[in-house]
Design a protein around this ligand. Structure first.
Ligand SMILES: Nc1ncnc2c1ncn2[C@@H]1O[C@H](COP(=O)(O)OP(=O)(O)OP(=O)(O)O)[C@@H](O)[C@H]1O
Ligand SMILES: [Mg+2]
Length: 231
């Protein structure tokens, strides 16, 4: 569904991604792992188009999206739940969700009820300010805002960061539903190993802007974790 080939990117003179290639399959959760600062968020921004790769190719289905503007990528079916959530604190929950509608290609102007069914808490809090939600609730709002755009590919950048276990579990169940009911393609940047084992299908491990290991999520073993992930 989503393919990245030999992607490279530099912030000025600092090369941050070097020849990254990955395949994200429809109906699967593909996990991108790696220590702090290895380039995971930079990769997500290159996929969304807010950063421009210096070399390489990104395809969505059979479309080459490498040169496309971010808003066109969103309408082509990509959505990102950014690291740190980036909720608008002075807009209500409902207003935050409405922002997600801009990504739709069909011009729909009401919030699809099935998105709220995935996160019932957002229904009861629709008039609350985004900034007054707890961290876990904000994370759910950020995921819902991305889903309002009806994406084919959902990118999540460390959705479990700073979130307590029961909400992590709820988020995992939502991802599972998106895969089984909608056959969505999910790309999950994640450092929490148990979450990858429970909800992931495949993994890629990055180090210093390169892919250094990949395989089925079930095959992640202590050896690989020691070598590439533990600090
Ligand atoms: N705007 C920027 N200008 C220059 N360098 C940057 C910029 N943003 C990030 N970097 C650097 O690029 C490298 C990769 O950063 P990135 O945020 O992609 O890492 P990450 O894997 O997402 O880390 P984390 O796990 O902490 O979120 C880091 O060395 C970082 O300092
Ligand atoms: Mg990051």
């Amino acid at each position: 569904m989503l393919a990245i080939r030999e992607l490279s990117f530099s912030y000025g003179v600092v090369q941050t991604l070097s020849g990254v290639s990955m395949q994200m399959t429809r109906g699967q959760v593909t996990c991108v792992m790696g220590r702090n600062g290895v380039g995971k968020t930079t990769l997500m921004r290159n996929i969304m188009g807010t950063l421009r790769a210096s070399a390489g190719e990104i395809t969505l289905g059979d479309r080459d999206i490498t040169g496309m503007q971010p808003n066109r990528r969103a309408r082509a079916g990509l959505a990102l739940v950014p690291q740190g959530r980036q909720i608008f604190p002075r807009l209500t929950v409902e207003e935050n969700l409405r922002i997600g509608l801009q990504a739709r290609s069909d011009g729909r102007r009401d919030i699809p009820p099935d998105v709220l069914d995935l996160f019932p808490i957002l229904k009861t809090m629709s008039k609350r300010m985004g900034g007054d939600l707890s961290g876990g609730q904000q994370q759910q709002l950020a995921i819902a805002r991305a889903l309002v755009g009806d994406p084919k590919v959902l990118l999540l950048d460390e959705p479990t960061e700073g979130i307590q276990p029961n909400i992590i579990q709820q988020i995992g169940e939502v991802l599972r539903q998106l895969v089984s009911v909608r056959q969505m393609t999910i790309v999950l940047v994640e450092q929490y190993l148990d979450f990858v084992r429970d909800f992931g299908n495949r993994f890629y491990i990055m180090n210093r802007g390169r892919v250094v290991a990949d395989g089925p999520a079930a095959s992640l073993d202590a050896n690989m974790v020691n070598q590439h992930l533990s600090v």
